[in-house]
Design a binder for this molecule. Structure first.
Ligand code: ADP
Ligand code: TZD
Ligand code: MG
Length: 583
């Protein structure tokens, strides 16, 4: 018996006067399908028509983490996907809840994080005739342009296939965001328990290996062997691949200098002698052969073009996505494969002594590194009052150096740039930041996702503007007692707190916030520990105590409102005009 009647299981069971173990419903099937595929956590916001689904999931042993806004639930799911290589699940209500989650889903797609947004939706017949249903929206079609795949389940017996397709789409090839629409009718539909059970699908090998063509490996090694000034660039795809030992071994065996993109920091420890991060502009400008491993030649790498890059550079790209090749510059040696398979093939074909960077190259990098490190040390050793970004980060660095296991979440403009440069990472996949879009708002979602999946401590280093996008999730962090320490770099605004209103009126300038705001008091409202710090010593103590307690804490870290620069390191991307006092 298959029926799509929307009588609830409870109603049917009580009308028959006894428990009818032969029936199930859409919600039970969704939970069963997720569990069958090893999904153990859902991040979401409850409401019509999914409230009972959240309760049922929790009752059935799936951990449910309830948020205050869907975007943050989505960001938590996305980063959980990045860290675990299993799709992170975000559950949302119809229309507005769905749209709130969609930014996170689009961000997951852009960054290549495996995530599934599951959303309840209203009555198809009413939506399609635009008759004004409660939270009416054609969600699947709205999701399509922003996702790797979008599916809608219209029959309860298709739930198993729908979940299976969503999982495979999220994690295979280049991972990404997938939308799965479950109509209220499907969620409430009752059907025969055996038929339901038989319709479930356990996905076999959802992330199949993609073995490189042997000739692509030879071509790549030959090109590297011909190089005098080779360079490797590691991106977050390399971190995601979890081929840490082989990547390190290839770098060490070939002696090639490397730079990590921001989320690949820690894949090899940042203090590795072959890291050329502190000589970044030199190596990008002068390398004659560059091997990209899980990194795209997008804006973050100046599209691989002069003046930042040599006009004659030849490129090797290791990537799972065949269409990534030649996206910005011709790729002389494409290696289309999953990075794990590619690295082991490269290692097995590498002949001893085959690849030898010029010693002058290594020496030039060493000299530039030393010069830049000395410059940075001088900034770090200053102790101005009020603190600036460097002096605050000096204190934080010294504490975090003792705890390489800690996750660092980071967003803002100056708060982002200074942190990325100053805080060394020593373990893979421990730095989680604004990624490909440079998006604000990932902070508390990523922090929660990392803490929930790992059980480990997280330090979120946040610009005061950046923090505001997800700040209400401080309550979520307190509610679940997560070991998250949020440091708000409070410079009173976007980039800085000193802008003036050229109109001369009473309104503050567009980039300015309430000065001397006490973000620390927000967390106290929910039972967490607030700290207000104005100097290095009290910052060191607050962070040390907060980490030792393992409890939710927020450190309001007062930074000189004059300290930042417009847009941090990417001011060159601004569109500007002349503005002066009104005549
Ligand atoms: P970054 O921002 O760190 O430079 P990007 O997100 O631009 O990194 O690039 C990551 C690349 O890694 C993407 O092109 C993606 O296709 C690729 N990628 C992701 N996972 C894998 C994998 N397992 N094997 C190979 N390539 C991968
Ligand atoms: N909205 C979204 C979703 N993403 C964005 N990147 C922006 C707006 C624009 N934006 C930036 O690019 S950085 C930033 C905004 C609003 C905040 C910078 O201020 P902050 O950091 O306080 O977080 P600093 O340390 O003051 O520079
Ligand atoms: Mg700020």
């Amino acid at each position: 018996m298959l029926t799509t009647e929307t009588k609830s299981l409870n109603e049917l069971e009580s009308s028959s006067g006894q428990k009818t173990p032969t029936l199930t419903d859409g919600m039970h099937l969704v939970v069963d399908a997720l569990k069958l595929n090893g999904i153990d956590t859902i991040y979401g916001v409850a409401g019509i028509p999914i409230t009972d689904l959240t309760r049922l999931a929790q009752a059935e042993g799936i951990r449910y983490i309830g948020f205050r806004h869907e975007q943050n639930a989505g960001n938590a799911a996305a980063i959980a996907g990045y860290l675990t290589r299993k799709p992170g699940i975000c559950l949302t209500v119809s229309a507005p809840g769905f749209l709130n989650g969609l930014v996170a889903l689009a961000n997951a797609t852009t960054n290549g994080f495996p995530m599934i947004q599951i959303s309840g939706s209203s009555d198809r017949a009413i939506i399609d005739l635009q008759q004004g249903d409660y939270e009416e929206l054609d969600q699947m079609n709205a999701a399509k342009p922003y996702t790797k795949a979008a599916f809608r389940v219209n029959k309860p017996e298709d739930i198993g296939i729908g979940v299976a397709r969503a999982i495979r789409a999220a994690v295979s090839g280049r991972p990404g965001g997938v939308y799965l629409d479950l109509t209220a009718a499907v969620l409430g539909a009752v059907l025969d328990a055996d038929a339901g059970k038989n319709s479930l699908v356990r996905v076999v090998d959802p992330t199949p290996r993609q073995i490189p063509a042997p000739e692509s490996i030879e071509r790549a090694l030959d090109l590297l062997a011909s190089a005098q000034r080779p360079l490797i660039i590691l991106g977050k795809g390399a971190a995601y691949a979890q081929a840490d030992a082989d990547i390190r071994s290839f770098i060490e065996k070939t002696g090639i200098p490397y730079i990590p993109m921001s989320m690949a920091k820690g894949l090899l420890p940042d203090d590795h002698p072959q890291s050329a991060a502190a000589a970044r502009s030199l190596v990008l400008g002068q390398a004659d052969v560059v091997m990209l491993i899980g990194a795209r030649l997008n804006w973050l790498l100046a599209h691989g073009k002069p003046p930042k890059w040599s006009p004659t550079v030849r490129l090797i790209q290791v990537d799972i996505s065949p269409t990534e090749m030649d996206s910005n510059r011709p790729i002389a040696a494409p290696v289309v494969a999953d990075i794990g398979s590619a690295m082991s093939a490269l290692l097995s074909k590498l002949k001893p002594g085959q690849i030898q960077p010029q010693s002058a190259w290594i020496k030039a990098i060493g000299e530039r590194k030393q010069k830049n490190v000395e410059k940075m040390e001088a900034r770090l050793n200053a102790n101005p009052s009020p603190m600036n970004f460097s002096s605050a980060l000096r204190a934080i660095r010294d504490v975090l150096n003792t705890r390489p296991d800690i996750y660092v979440v980071n967003e803002g403009a100056n708060s982002l740039d200074f942190t990325r440069d100053i805080i060394d990472m020593r373990e893979p996949r421990k730095r989680l930041d604004v990624g490909t879009w440079g998006v604000m708002g990932i902070g508390m979602g990523y922090a929660i996702g990392a803490a929930v999946t790992s059980g480990k401590s997280v330090v979120a280093i946040e610009g005061d503007s950046a923090f505001g996008f997800s700040g209400m999730e401080i309550e979520t962090i307190c509610r679940y007692s997560l070991p998250v320490v949020t440091i708000v770099f409070n410079n009173g605004g976007i980039y800085k707190g000193t802008d003036i209103n050229f109109n001369g009126g009473a309104d503050p300038a567009p980039t300015v916030f309430v000065s001397n705001a006490r973000y620390d008091r927000l967390i106290e409202a929910f039972g967490g520990n607030g700290h207000h710090v104005t100097d290095q010593q009290s910052l060191t103590k607050a962070l040390t105590d907060a980490l030792a307690s393992g409890k939710p804490a927020l450190i309001n870290c007062v930074i000189d409102p004059k300290a930042g620069t417009e847009s941090g390191h990417i001011g060159n991307l601004n569109v500007t005009t002349k503005i002066g006092p009104r005549k």
